[in-house]
Ligand binder design. Sequence first.
Ligand code: ATP
Ligand code: CA
Length: 613
Amino acid sequence: MGSATTICSDKTGTLTLNQMTVVEAYVGGKKMSSPDNVDLLSPIASSLLIEGIAQNTTGNVFHPEGDGDIEVTGSPTEKAILSWGVKLGMRFDEERSKSSIINVFPFNSEKKRGGVAVNVANSEVHVHWKGAAEIVLASCTNWLDADGSVQSMTFNQAEAFKKFIDDMAAVSLRCVALAYKLYELEKVPSEDEHSRWILPEDDLILLAILGIKDPCRPGVKDSVTLCTNAGVKVRMVTGDNLQTAKAIALECGILDSNAEATEPNLIEGKTFRAMSEKEREAIAEKISVMGRSSPNDKLLLVQALKNRGHVVAVTGDGTNDAPALHEADIGLAMGISGTEVAKESSDIIILDDDFASVVKVVRWGRSVYANIQKFIQFQLTVNVAALIINVVAAISSGEVPLNAVELLWVNLIMDTLGALALATEPPTDHLMMRAPVGRSEPLITNIMWRNLLVQAAYQVTTLLVLNFGGRSILHLTNDTKLHADKEKNTFIFNTFVLCQVFNEFNARKPDELNVFRGVTRNRLFMGIVGITVVLQVLIVEFLGKFFKTTTLSWKLWLVSIAIAFISWPLAVLGKFIPVPETPFSEYFLRCSRCCWRKRQDDPNGEKELPNST
Ligand SMILES: Nc1ncnc2c1ncn2[C@@H]1O[C@H](COP(=O)(O)OP(=O)(O)OP(=O)(O)O)[C@@H](O)[C@H]1O
Ligand SMILES: [Ca+2]
């Protein structure tokens, strides 16, 4: 997640609160003055409407015995519509018993509508449909007037309905239409064929168009800004109407201005679907909002972005999101509204369904990556320095200044204690102000190589000088040679360990000048540094027998500390050395490729091809 370059988020529940209410309604060709004012409706219109709401639903309404609150269950859209029905005077159980259900076509995100066929009083069959407003409207050839008469859907009337929908969508409302159709009882297949009967979905009579409000989550705008600053592009992929999606995107900062809301920034699922793979890849990067998308469109977008080299995070809740969650580099499922299938297909579950938590995941992901880098930089410095010092000393004089027991202690400092100290650094705001780490970027960056080499070079030079000229530099000439050597080696060991302690601070901030920022907040770091120093004093002063060291005078202790201290200003100076953008490993690869080509061109050279280039 630390490397994510883009987040494809669904709208409902992640960017919005998922608390839906019907706030506008067009019934009988008119806008209702208040969405639950039924007085204007004829009995026929209101009874059909209530029948459709009560029968064509997966939700439920419980009317309590006493005067408690009515309880509505179901998906947020269903709950909103059922609650609206209750306001219209619907008695749910009574309504359900008035007619019997013949067959159901459950709502699905592909078709964006759901239907039910009911047998009313054993004489009539009503097929009710409910779904995405413009899609249901397109199947309507008639509409029900407020007085209960059926009117033909003229071109002008259809345009007027479309305008209703656009107006509602422009103020970020989710639009749902209800329609029905009368069907002949004789044409209904026999009872055992019911389940295979495909409900008639054309020539419908429009009953109502509803505008459902689902407010943006507070704080989403800030989270989107945070992501943008962190170089992570947030895209909205939703099943909702394009205009609704656009309005919400403007509200939460995914789109900056109306001017930006043009194709391909704002695109409809079916347009994207119709493109060739190449075309999709070409425009995928520009897409900020995709409306009326089917689950497969989400998948296609994720694939196109991945092919463009993006590291894609996807958030989703529905069963229909599962393929995209699975395909994404990081799938994030919603803990509250998410279905089991979505959770199974994801890598991370967001417990509070909030987009702000997705941003937290990015922050922590980056923090883990950065902490691993800090640890590697620290560890490599110790390794490189210890290795060079001992190898050079061994080759030139046959003796090593750092013995095996000392190296074991150094190993403990850099492995266990160093890992604990550096890997527990909490995430900082600084992490969210830089671009994400690319998919192919090396773990050890040029900046880390620079820091590492500066510190290693300093340690190696100082300690080797002390190794070869230490006895005279430190005025140890009065002693016996054996004791002087032991004291010199102890001094080298002590300085080496203290250098690591000071350098541990440098490792905290590989690319900032102030390496102490927030250090006091990391108690574990301070504790470990403290323990290391105390143990070092104990080793040198009291455990000489095991470590083959001798005690050091306070003057030599001060010199050790002074030498180690220099690594701090040195680190600051080192950060002014510019490093190229291209990773050093890339130069190395290019170099080896060059040499290989030369060998190829040389007729006397070997002809064999190396396997890896
Ligand atoms: N229960 C329902 N009955 C009828 N129509 C519905 C229902 N739920 C949603 N719709 C319609 O389908 C559209 C949303 O479809 P879909 O379920 O694919 O999106 P979603 O997953 O809810 O959206 P998002 O991706 O933002 O979470 C809505 O705009 C609405 O018009
Ligand atoms: Ca969804």
